[in-house]
Design a protein around this ligand. Structure first.
Ligand code: ADP
Ligand code: MG
Length: 247
């Protein structure tokens, strides 16, 4: 398998229904290597479903999804291998509550990557330092702020050496004063060239860090383009209506 593809993620004609409810109605879009693509849109528009289809937490009803050129909708594809290249960060941090921060960062490295404890700890410490939590490795999640927990979740994902990171409203559960620290970590990641797909309501982040902004509504991409263009001069009436409520 090669990692030299310029397309990190390519989605073609993606449809997803839950029973009779068609949630994604033909999505075409892509993320190039090193790009930061932000996805915005009203609640229920299908943003999380799209993100979850990309690492097959949801099974598409039809359409194709290529990750680094590998068709993850093909039943022959080794999904675990593809998933191991994708880091995922959720709104609810999903840390293991009964494990220390360090253990949260080492367990999957040892189980999935088959790393020794010493190696896993070294990588974990490097990533904790990166998110500004070098001194909290012995803490339990309940003793950390939401912002710290989310940074631990990011460090945990990074410890698996992903080629790309998917974020689903990573700051939406946080008290406002904690949002900035998490966004700063994400901004650093972006400037290091990490490929990122970020569902967010943080328009400042999208404007400043995003290479592309995608506006979804009702299971379709209504508008996409340069974030400054889309935010400053939205072409579609539905984009204008949404932005007038959130900006
Ligand atoms: P968003 O993230 O933009 O708020 P979602 O992708 O979470 O939107 O949801 C889009 C629609 O899909 C909603 O109507 C939601 O109720 C529905 N939906 C999402 N997940 C499921 C599921 N597992 N089963 C049934 N319906 C779902
Ligand atoms: Mg969502």
């Amino acid at each position: 398998m090669t990692t030299t593809q310029s397309r990190a993620i390519e989605v073609r004609e993606l449809h997803k229904s839950f029973g009779q409810n068609e949630v994604l109605k033909g999505i075409d879009f892509h993320v190039d290597n090193g790009q930061v693509v932000c996805v915005i849109g009203p609640s229920g528009s299908g943003k999380s479903t799209l993100l979850r289809c990309v690492n097959r937490l949801e099974e598409p009803t039809s359409g194709r999804i290529l990750v680094e050129g590998i068709d993850i909708t093909d039943p022959e594809t080794d999904l675990d291998a593809v998933r191991s290249r994708i880091g995922m960060v959720f709104q609810q941090f999903n840390l293991f509550p009964h494990m220390s921060v360090l253990k949260n960062l080492t367990i999957a490295q040892k189980r999935v990557k088959k790393r020794s404890t010493a190696e896993a700890v070294e990588i974990a410490r490097r990533n904790l330092a990166k998110v500004g939590l070098a001194n909290r490795e012995d803490a339990y999640p309940a003793h950390l702020s939401g912002g710290q927990q989310q940074r631990v979740a990011i460090a945990r994902a990074l410890s698996m050496d992903p080629d790309m990171m998917l974020f689903d409203e990573p700051t939406s559960a946080l008290d406002p004063e904690l949002v900035g620290d998490v966004l700063a970590v994400m901004k650093d990641l972006a400037s290091e060239g990490m490929t990122m797909m970020v569902v967010t309501h943080e328009m400042g982040f999208a404007r400043e860090v995003g290479d592309k902004l995608v506006f979804m509504d009702g299971g379709v991409i209504v508008e996409e383009g340069d974030p400054r263009e889309v935010l400053g001069n939205p072409q579609h009436e539905r984009t204008q209506a949404f932005l007038s409520k959130v900006l």
